[in-house]
Design a protein around this ligand. Structure first.
Ligand code: C5P
Length: 401
């Protein structure tokens, strides 16, 4: 009988199959342990070619199982014992071959057999070359997994070990950790769809010049992260920033306000909550020259035309999502923010002092809603984002749908 060290700890059976992404499984195991989970590792034979079982044993403090007929398991029924002793099985990386096996109920090694024998939920994090992923056979198998209520985490887009770029990368260990956390503790926004705009917009003057608001995108990306942690499905529409996005359902990069407006109009009806963090330029040049304007000694006059107010448009839709606005003010925060909230008909507006928040890693936030004003004292933007998501979730629950 496999006995867990502490009955209180939640246990994860980490399955590792053969693939270069197996090296990330070690980091994932470390994060799980650090987060207080009990981790039992089971590796396929191929996985052992990529990663030594001793590494996982050292990280998890438990022997690693790899063979179906492991004598170390009391009654030699490792597949039953292991699958009964865990709350969830997560296979990361899950190779194309392993996914095919699970889809068709094959059981020819310890990991596939215990997955078939399981009485707990199963999650898989695919990792493979983009063409293996695109292959109709793999796509069919993934559809079968979803029909069988097996959670498929990712995969992500990016550079692959083979040198190609595309879909097929395993989710990063931190994103997998979030998936496990959400599994055990459904978040405040579990299953809710959240649309976020972040970063600045860039309004071209000519081929090389433009108007841009100062915005690092840090707050919008921190909110994206916090919404994901709360279990939301996030679509992120982002202006040009130097940040890597968390793993979202959909990432739409845009450059100017009109493109952001089009993207928001396309996405908004599918969402429950709209958080407009983007520093949208209020004006754009009437003409964006395609060639570089030649320098001269004369004064240059630039004609600017107003951009659409995206948030106002969304908040005025016949059935708007729950809308949250942001306002960076340089003075009279209370008065400016509250009048902006009323003008745009927002249930919640978040204000900060522009000079304090711009590009920094922490800020003070002042929330304005129907009940008045609440201050979130200065703290790291990710912590502010988590508090803000809690506040949004509370208001959203009371919001008339
Ligand atoms: O620029 P302003 O202070 O009015 O921004 C308040 C809110 O309105 C922000 O949430 C911003 O994202 C949004 N906004 C917008 N479209 C604009 C200007 C601002 O969606 N053209």
């Amino acid at each position: 009988m496999i006995v867990t060290d502490s009955p209180i700890k939640k246990s994860v059976l980490l399955g590792i199959t053969g693939g270069i992404a197996a090296y990330k499984a070690a980091e994932f195991a470390r994060l799980l342990i650090q987060d207080g989970f009990e981790v039992q590792t089971v590796m396929t034979e191929a996985a052992c070619h990529f990663l030594g079982p001793a590494t996982l044993q050292a990280l998890t403090g438990k022997p690693v199982y790899a063979r179906l007929w492991d004598e170390a398991v009391n009654n030699s029924m490792a597949h039953i014992e292991l699958s009964r002793a865990t709350d969830v099985i997560l296979v990361a990386p899950a190779s194309a071959d392993f996914i095919a096996k699970i889809a068709h109920g094959l059981a020819d090694d310890l990991l596939s057999t215990l997955c078939l024998a399981r009485n707990c939920p199963l999650m898989v994090a695919p990792a493979m070359n983009r063409q293996m992923l695109e292959n109709p056979a793999t796509q069919r198998n993934l559809t079968i997994l979803q029909k069988d209520h097996i959670t498929v985490l990712g995969p992500a887009y990016g550079i692959q070990a083979c040198g190609e770029t595309g879909m097929g990368r395993m989710l990063e260990p931190q994103a997998l950790l979030e998936a496990v956390r959400n599994f055990f503790q459904p978040g405040l926004l579990q299953g809710k769809r959240v649309l976020i705009t972040a970063g600045p917009t860039f309004e071209a003057i000519d081929a090389v010049r433009g108007i841009i608001n100062l915005s690092s995108g840090k707050m919008g990306y921190a909110l994206t992260q916090a919404a994901l942690e709360a279990g939301a499905e996030v679509t992120l529409i982002s202006g040009p920033v130097c940040l890597t996005s968390p793993v979202v359902k959909k990432l739409i990069p845009i450059t100017n306000a009109n493109d952001m407006f089009t993207a928001v109009k396309n996405e908004v009806t599918f969402n429950d909550i709209f958080i407009s963090v983007a520093a949208v330029a209020d004006y754009r040049p009437a003409i964006a020259h395609t060639q570089k304007i030649k320098k001269s000694d004369n004064t240059m006059v630039l004609e600017l035309v107003p951009n659409p107010d995206i948030l106002q448009y969304v908040a005025n839709l016949p059935a708007p999502p729950f809308c949250v606005g942001f306002a960076a003010e340089t003075e009279d925060i209370d008065q400016n923010a509250e009048s902006k909230r009323r003008k745009k008909k927002l249930p919640l507006l978040v204000a900060n002092l522009a000079q304090e928040a711009m590009g920094t890693d922490d800020s003070t936030l002042i929330l304005f809603d129907e009940k008045g004003k609440h201050t979130l004292p200065k703290a790291a933007k990710i912590d502010q984002a988590r508090h803000l998501i809690e506040h949004i979730a509370t208001l959203y629950q009371q919001y008339p749908n």
